[in-house]
Design a protein around this ligand. Structure first.
Ligand SMILES: [Zn+2]
Length: 967
């Protein structure tokens, strides 16, 4: 088959037996047979009698029998391999068998550039081109299962285009085995599985199979093969029954701090316990979500010193209890680390404890404790339970799985000597015992391990993945020889069953290049579904202060918020699926390293977009993308729905600013997404839910959707269940202030094919396709019309821009004797609008209209005779002019009427002449005018006539005198 690797020509060794003291034998007798079974064929091979071995005389015939079988199924790419060996030699035990050895490997395809080796160490390691990069070395050290160094039982070698080889075991009992990748020369390289058992056994009979198979695709496909088996095993079945509290799963921010850190002379740092609640309160407020405070350096001797002499805590139990109480009161949780495998030999008590240390055949591993000793487990359990009793919420069982199984031979330990599944059983007991007893104290308490192995999943709530440790330990021998990239292999198989955390962020003492690395580490944690851990540059510094100046802290907030509020159903509760394939620019990042000086940084090339793909419990697909570079990136995505068993789906883009309906996908869906620097996006594919844009016009009105309220300022995308009835209720009235408000008018519903309107505020809809729902509101202003008298029409709310009709039904009122009020006009802010009793007012703002009235007094004038004008109603304060017109006396011009007297007049009134009186109108008045006859004219005439008569008489006398003198 063309996709099989190129093998170097044989002969190839199929197995090694490792009896005590020697190896490498040649068989005397070999036979094989092929049996047909209903489902396939079985090849059975037997070897009887061997010669050879390093320390065995050449002539000695060893009575050792080996039988191996290979089962080939008709319809499976996987084959199942078994082996058993028996020694009848008194001095030859069978300690291990390496089987099968897949030797002579080179590369797949034309060269090794597209070849990868995937190895289940820590979270998973991926090595490109093992043919070129695998060093000449007898093996990958620390390759023993079950431990954090081999966390699952499979590895694969493949070409991304051509497929490859899958090598696994299906053991469910925790037998120790090595997964080896090694080469003796650059000519070829080998993959092998070694099966270990305790010393002194004469036979080894595998209780499980080795699986050798072929597959097409990359490591995700290999992981899928393994997952389909693993999910049916007891650790997954049990894990689903385990109750891990949601606070632990969902809390996305872990604030790590260190209180007492020993330095070379005295304390390197001393931060008092009481600081922790203050930091917790500040971080919770800054992030707007709960925080786990990971507290280091609380122990009697400070951080990682004289382990495990922890108690009492350095500031005493009272201060410790107050610290925990304070964090809880702030809304946070407390996490501490304790060691499960180490006892400092410097401690006096070690003299007593040394008998529980691991003893190998040739030496004691000083300080490293054997998990199989009941006494040591009790010791660790008591430490853990003491902390739980004091309120610690999360106890990290450090060191637990970081060691490979050791072949302990201590005579006083209660386990078989040498390798064996006792190692797994011992750790399982440790986790189980602690957990069961702790849950009686606090049912919400949680535990984690350092690294993980699949067998322990049911007994832990989380594991410390140290996902980026390969990058940080750049010069560590393990990663140096492999040059491997850390991948979420374990999460890909098991995220649904256990969560992880632990990408180190060197948040302190950073150059700018390290900022980019820290962001990469946080982003990796996020796309792997982990909560994010941060250490602030100065351990007692406040997040609220740093978030303004430190881009790492700002990104931390973005990423934790995204996990906690947007993508929880995928990143917390979902399962990882194969990510999309697309091209993304690469960026250069400088990795800090714990093994390099601070100024020395290792430059690495990383895709600018980190991403992952998920399936949630509803069967929705979620793609998470993070831009870790400092330039905008547009990615072109092609999504093949059939990969997810979907025929069509709605595609929704969700990010911190809000969600957007991208479109309806069917078959191959293409879309482009732009990510600005540090953008985080979830692309959701759903066929079970429907995108609904909800908006109010104008924005910000309150809507209630199935009893939860929302106040969309802008059109807000909701993702609602398909074919389910939803109640949308619009708030009828939204008051802006006392004179401006919005009133619900109608719903506007725009569907894919048609739209309609709905005038009731309550709207019930069954949704099966995307819609836009808009609650339309009209703005209203209050028109307040006030009047001191009578009634008025027109006060009330008016739609903006409408006309208010204000009327005064009765424009005048008698309010007393000779006193009345008369509508004067409509006033606003003291300005006259109109003096008509009906006013059409354009309502373009809140109105406060005042109807003004004026007081009038009645001025009555009575007379006994003659004419009078001017009686009537007068405004208060005005002057009434009363004209009096004398009646005429017929036929006698010399006699007339004159005013005799006027009653009711006062000093203030002006009686200008006989015919005009000016009255100041300040009360009702009643004038009575009396006339009399005036004869003065007649008298004058008589006088005139008399005078003239006199003058004539005088003239006559003078004339007479003059004429007589002349004569
Ligand atoms: Zn032991």
């Amino acid at each position: 088959m063309s996709f099989l690797p190129e093998f170097k020509k044989g002969p190839h060794v199929l197995f090694y037996i490792s009896p005590s003291g020697t190896h490498t034998f040649m068989a005397i007798d070999f036979s094989y047979k092929i049996m047909s079974t209903p489902g396939g064929k079985i090849l059975i091979m037997t070897w009887n009698g061997f010669r050879g071995g390093d320390n065995v005389p050449k002539e000695r015939l060893l009575d050792i029998h080996v039988k191996a079988s290979i089962t080939i199924l008709d319809n499976s790419p996987l084959t199942y391999w078994r082996i058993e060996a028996t020694s009848s030699e008194y001095d030859i035990d069978i300690n291990s068998i390496t089987f099968p050895i897949i030797s002579g490997l080179t590369y797949i395809g034309d060269n090794g550039e597209d070849d990868f080796l995937v190895y289940p160490s820590l979270t998973g390691l991926l090595m490109r081109n093992p043919w070129k990069n695998l060093p000449v070395q007898p093996g990958i050290p620390w390759q023993l299962y079950p431990s954090g160094w081999v966390s699952m039982q499979f590895m694969a070698f493949y070409n991304i285009h051509l497929g490859g080889l899958y090598l696994a075991t299906n053991d469910t009992e925790g037998n120790v085995k090595g997964f080896s990748v090694y080469r003796f020369s650059m000519n070829d390289w080998n993959m092998a599985v070694t099966h270990y058992q305790p010393y002194g056994e004469k036979s080894l009979n595998l209780t499980y199979s080795v699986i050798v198979g072929v597959f097409l695709g990359d490591w995700h496909v290999a992981a899928e093969i393994y997952k389909s088996w693993a999910e049916n095993q007891w650790w997954c079945v049990e894990a689903l029954k385990r109750s891990t509290p949601s606070w632990f799963l969902e809390t996305s921010a872990i604030h790590s701090t260190s209180l007492y850190t020993p330095g070379s002379e005295g304390w390197a740092s001393q931060i008092p316990f009481y600081t922790v609640p203050l930091l917790a309160e500040d971080s919770i407020k800054t992030l707007g979500m709960p925080v786990i405070m990971q507290v280091w350096g609380w122990e009697k001797h400070g951080t990682f010193t004289l382990i495990p002499d922890y108690f009492p805590p350095i500031e005493g139990w009272d201060a410790f209890d107050s610290m925990i109480y304070g964090v809880h009161r702030a809304g946070g949780k407390v996490s501490v680390f304790i060691s499960t495998n180490y006892f400092s030999p410097e401690l006096e008590a070690y003299k007593e404890m040394r008998k529980y240390a691991i003893k190998l055949k040739d030496r004691t591993l000083e300080g490293l404790m054997c998990p199989a000793s009941t006494e040591w487990r009790s010791y660790v359990k008591e430490i853990a339970l003491t902390l739980v009793r004091h309120g610690v919420d999360h106890v990290h069982l450090d060191g637990s799985l970081i060691d490979p199984p050791y072949p302990c031979v201590h005579e006083n330990h209660d386990h078989p000597k040498g390798y064996g599944k006792w190692w797994f059983e011992a750790f399982k007991e440790l986790f189980k015992e602690i957990r069961e007893e702790a849950k009686k104290i606090n049912p919400e308490v949680v535990f984690s391990s350092e690294e993980i192995c699949e067998l322990y999943i049911p007994f832990l709530d989380r594991f410390y993945s140290r996902g980026n440790v390969a990058e940080l330990y750049a010069t560590h021998w393990f990663w140096q020889i492999t040059g491997s990239e850390a991948i979420p292999l374990f999460q890909y198989v098991y995220h649904k069953y256990i969560s992880s955390w632990g990408h180190y962020v060197h948040g302190w003492s950073m150059s700018s290049s390290e900022i980019s690395y820290s962001i990469k580490a946080l982003a990796t944690s996020l796309v792997w579904g982990e909560p994010l851990e941060i250490r602030l540059p100065s351990l007692n510094e406040r997040m609220s202060k740093l978030i303004k100046i430190n881009p790492i802290v700002l990104f931390f907030k973005r990423a934790t918020t995204f996990r906690y509020k947007i993508a929880k159903d995928f990143l917390v509760y979902g399962e990882m699926i194969t990510p999309l394939n697309f091209t993304t620019p690469v960026i250069r990042i400088k990795n800090p390293s714990w093994h390099l000086s601070p100024t020395e940084l290792k430059e690495t090339v990383t895709p600018a977009i980190l991403h992952s793909a998920w399936k949630n419990s509803m069967g929705e697909i979620g793609f998470v993308f993070v831009n870790i570079g400092d330039e905008s990136v547009e990615i072109k995505l092609r999504i093949d729905l059939s990969k997810y068993n979907l025929t069509q789906a709605f595609v929704i883009e969700e990010r911190l600013g809000g969600a957007r309906f991208v479109g309806k996908a069917s078959n191959d869906f293409m879309t482009n997404i732009t990510l600005n620097p540090n953008d985080i996006i979830l692309l959701r594919l759903t066929e079970k839910r429907v995108p609904v844009y909800l908006s109010t016009q104008p924005g910000g009105m309150v809507l209630v959707v199935n009893k939860s309220s929302i106040s969309p300022l802008n059109p807000t995308l909701l993702i609602l269940e398909r074919n389910k009835f939803y109640e949308f209720q619009a708030q009828m009235i939204h008051n802006v202030d006392e004179s401006t408000r919005y009133k619900f008018e109608r719903w506007i519903i725009e569907g894919e094919r048609h739209g309609w309107e709905h005038i009731a505020a309550n709207l019930s809809l069954k949704l099966d396709s995307p819609i836009n729902l808009t609650a339309l509101y009209s703005k209203e202003f209050h028109v307040n019309v006030s009047t001191p008298y009578g009634s008025i029409n027109g006060t009330g709310w008016y739609k903006a821009g409408s006309l208010a009709s204000l009327t005064i039904p009765v424009p005048e009122f008698l309010v007393g004797n000779g006193t009345r009020v008369v509508f004067e006009g409509w006033y606003e802010d003291g300005n006259l609008l109109s003096n008509e009793t009906r006013l059409e007012l354009k309502v373009d703002s809140p109105k406060n209209v005042e109807a003004r009235w004026k007081k009038q007094y009645y001025i009555s004038v009575e007379t006994n005779i003659g004419q009078i004008s001017g009686a009537g109603w007068y405004d208060y304060g005005s002057v009434a002019a009363i004209r009096l017109i004398a009646p005429k006396i017929q036929g006698d011009p010399l006699v007339r009427y004159v005013i005799d007297r006027v009653e009711g007049i006062t000093k203030e009134d002006e009686f200008l002449n006989m015919s005009l009186i000016l009255l100041k109108v300040d009360r009702p008045r009643n004038l009575r005018v009396f006339w009399k006859i005036d004869y003065t004219g007649l008298f004058s005439l008589i006088s005139l006539i008399t005078l003239i008569t006199i003058l004539i008489t005088i003239a006559t006398i003078i004339a007479f005198r003059y004429s007589s003198r002349k004569n």
